[in-house]
Design a protein around this ligand. Structure first.
Ligand code: UD1
Ligand code: CA
Length: 457
C-alpha cells in the first residue's frame, strides 16, 4: 500500500485568479517569496508520490516548467471551464500511470502538508473509499465548499449552491482529495455545469460516488488564497509561525517588526535578528550570528559568529567570524573565508576572498580571486570590465593594495606584493614586487603665496 507504488497526483493550477487585484496569475502569487504552486508542489514531493501531473494554462506553462522542472508531466487546459474540466485534461495521465489512486491538489491551497496527505491516504485505503475528502473546520467558512452529511452520505455543496442552513456548516472542503482512479474516471464524464458559475466542479464527482470518506485535518491546512487580502493574511500567518519556530530553537529577536524569514531558512541557536531583516530563499545561518536592521540575505550561507550589518547578500557563502557592512553588497556566488572584514560601501561580485583579508571601505571587487591576509585599501577598484568582456583578477596571499588603486583585469598581483596608493595597475606583479603607477608629484615651493601677492597688484 505504499504511496510511491499505488498513487499519483494531479495539481490543478490553470485558473486565472479572477479575484486577485494584482493582475498576476494566482498560482504565482508568493507566500514568503515562494509562489503558491511551489508550496503545493513541494508538499506533494515530500510524500512518496513520484508521478505528478500539473494542469496549467498555456501562459503559465513556461514559468511553471522553469520553477518545477521536467520531472513532472504538464497538461494545458485551454478553456477554464472548472476544476472537473481541469482534472479531465489529465485523463490520459490517469489512464496510463498504472496507479490505483490519485491525489487531487489545488494550486492555490498551499498548506496541505505531506503528513496530512499520508494520513488521509491511510484512511482512504483502510476504509476502502472511492474518494476521501480532506476537510477542516473553519470559523468563517464563507467561500468554501461545505461538507454536508445526510443519512450516512457525505456530499460537498459549494457556497453559491448552499442553503442558509448549509452555509452555517463549518466543516469545509480543503480542495485536496484522494480518488480511486477507476471510480473518478467512471463519473468524470457525468459532471454537469448546472450551477451559478456555469463551471464543471470536481466536487460534483464526490457527490456522484457512494463510498465517500472525510479526513479531518488541522484548521490551518485549509487556508487558501482567492483575494489579495487572503494572500496578505496567509503571509502574516506563516511569517509568525516561522518566527515562533526559530524562537523556540534559540534564535533571539529584538522585535519581529519587519522581520520576514522564508520557509527554507535554517538559523543556528544564539543568533540575534534585529527588526527589518529579510532572509529569503534557501539560507543557512550559523550559530551566534548577529544580523542588524536593513539586511537582506538571499540563497546564502553565513558561518557561525558572523556579524552582518545592514547589508545585502545574495547567492554567496560566508565563513565564520566574518564582519560585513554596514551597507555592503555581496552577489553572484561570492565565497568569503573565515575572519574576513568587509566594511561599509563595499561591493563584491563573483569573487573569492581568503581568510583574514580586509576590504574595509568603499571598494568594488568583481571576478576576483583574492588570497588570504590581503589588505584591499579604501576606494580601490577591480576594473573587471573593458566595455565588452569581463576579465579575472588574482590577488595572492598577503598582498597590499594601497588606497584608491585600480587593478585593470586581467591582472595578477603576486604574493606579498605592494601596490602604492593611487596606482592604476595593468601589468602583473610577481611575488614581493612593489609597484607605483601614478604621476610623480610636482611641488612649486611658495607658489601660492607668490600668486596671492601678484593677484593683489
Ligand atoms: C475550491 C473548491 C471548494 C473548496 C475550495 C478550497 C471546487 C469546485 N471547489 O473552490 O469546495 O472549499 O476550493 O479553497 O473545486 N482550476 C483550474 N481550472 C479551472 C478552474 C480552476 O485549474 O478551470 C484550478 C485553480 O487554479 C485553483 C483550483 O482549481 O487552483 C480551484 O479553483 P477555484 O476557482 O479557486 O475554486 P474555489 O472557488 O476556491
Ligand atoms: Ca480557490
Amino acid at each position: 500500500m505504499s504511496l510511491a507504488d499505488n498513487a499519483c497526483a494531479v495539481i490543478l493550477a490553470a485558473g486565472n485568479g479572477k479575484r486577485m487585484v494584482s493582475g498576476k496569475a494566482k498560482i504565482f502569487c508568493e507566500i514568503l517569496f515562494k509562489p503558491l504552486v511551489c508550496w503545493v508542489f513541494e508538499n506533494c514531493k515530500q510524500t512518496a508520490i513520484r508521478n505528478i501531473c500539473l494542469v496549467c494554462s498555456n501562459e503559465g506553462l513556461h514559468n511553471l516548467k522553469q520553477s518545477l522542472g521536467n520531472d513532472i508531466q504538464y497538461v494545458v487546459q485551454k478553456e477554464k471551464l472548472g476544476s472537473a474540466h481541469a482534472v479531465a485534461q489529465a485523463d490520459l495521465f490517469l489512464r496510463s500511470c498504472g496507479k490505483e489512486d490519485v491525489l487531487i491538489l489545488l494550486g492555490d491551497v498551499p498548506f496541505v502538508n505531506a503528513e496530512t496527505i499520508e494520513s488521509a491516504y491511510r484512511e482512504h485505503k483502510a476504509d476502502n473509499n472511492e474518494v476521501t475528502v480532506i476537510a477542516a473546520e473553519k470559523d468563517k467558512p464563507f467561500g468554501y465548499g461545505r461538507i454536508v452529511r445526510s443519512s450516512g452520505q457525505i456530499i460537498i455543496v459549494e457556497e453559491t449552491e448552499a442553503t442558509n442552513e448549509q452555509r452555517a456548516i463549518k466543516l469545509v472542503n480543503s480542495g485536496a482529495m484522494w480518488f480511486n482512479i477507476q471510480a473518478l474516471l467512471s463519473v468524470l464524464g457525468k459532471i454537469d455545469n448546472n450551477n451559478a458559475n456555469g463551471e464543471y466542479y470536481i466536487t460534483t464527482a464526490v457527490n456522484l460516488l457512494s463510498r465517500v470518506g472525510c479526513f479531518i485535518a488541522q484548521g490551518h491546512i485549509i487556508l487558501g488564497v482567492n483575494t489579495n487580502e487572503q494572500l496578505f493574511e496567509l503571509n502574516q500567518i506563516v511569517r509568525e509561525k516561522i518566527i515562533a519556530k526559530h524562537s523556540r530553537n534559540g534564535v533571539e529577536f529584538l522585535s519581529v517588526d519587519g522581520v520576514v524569514i522564508g520557509p527554507d531558512v535554517d538559523i543556528g541557536p544564539g543568533s540575534l535578528i534585529f527588526p527589518n531583516v529579510i532572509l529569503k530563499g534557501r539560507c543557512r545561518i550559523g550559530e551566534r550570528v548577529r544580523i542588524t536592521s536593513g539586511s537582506f540575505i538571499e540563497e546564502s550561507e553565513i558561518g557561525a559568529e558572523c556579524e552582518i550589518k545592514a547589508s545585502y547578500i545574495q547567492e554567496s557563502t560566508v565563513g565564520r567570524r566574518v564582519q560585513i557592512g554596514p551597507f555592503a553588497h555581496l552577489r553572484q556566488r561570492c565565497r568569503i573565508a573565515d575572519d574576513v572584514r568587509i566594511g561599509n560601501y563595499v561591493e563584491i561580485k563573483n569573487s573569492e576572498v581568503g581568510a583574514e583579508t580586509r576590504i574595509a571601505h568603499l571598494g568594488y571587487v568583481g571576478d576576483c580571486n583574492m588570497g588570504k591576509q590581503v589588505n584591499f585599501g579604501c576606494g580601490s577598484i577591480v576594473v573587471n570590465y573593458d566595455g565588452k568582456q569581463k576579465h579575472q583578477t588574482k590577488i595572492e596571499d598577503g598582498a597590499f593594495i594601497g588606497c584608491n588603486s585600480n587593478l585593470v583585469a586581467p591582472v595578477t598581483i603576486g604574493k606579498g606584493a605592494f601596490v602604492a596608493a593611487g596606482s592604476t595597475i595593468s601589468e602583473n606583479l610577481g611575488e614581493g614586487d612593489f609597484a607605483i603607477a601614478r604621476a610623480r608629484q610636482t611641488t612649486k615651493a611658495g607658489y601660492m603665496n607668490k600668486k596671492k601677492g601678484e593677484d593683489r597688484t
